[in-house]
Design a protein around this ligand. Structure first.
Ligand SMILES: [Zn+2]
Length: 98
């Protein structure tokens, strides 16, 4: 099941804890709406706060997180709601190599 986290980091961070094998699409709230970058749930870039990135730095500011245990479901999200008719992502994180 795909879940979208928009506004509050706590439930998002809880989801990461519960789905260590899951995947996260990082989506921009405004601007390039078809920016969709895939990460593993374990990637520090989408779960570790820097001094600049809190509070609600993961889901409440410039980005929304779309989470699923399945990459296929995230491709379906990209196709139906992500503005990418071919269901592709705009990129994959080079740090976690999903
Ligand atoms: Zn990553």
């Amino acid at each position: 099941m795909t879940e979208v986290f928009d506004d509050t980091d706590a439930p998002y961070l809880a989801w990461l804890q519960e789905h260590p094998g899951g995947y996260v699409l990082n989506r921009r709230r405004v601007g390039s709406r078809n920016y969709l970058v895939l990460h593993r749930a374990t990637c520090y870039k989408i779960r570790t706060y820097t001094r600049m990135a809190q509070p609600e730095g993961f889901t409440g500011r410039d980005y929304v997180k779309v989470c699923s245990p399945s990459i296929d479901e995230l491709h379906a999200y990209a196709r139906t709601k992500g503005g990418r008719t071919d269901g592709s992502f705009s990129g994959k994180c080079r740090t976690c190599s999903p």
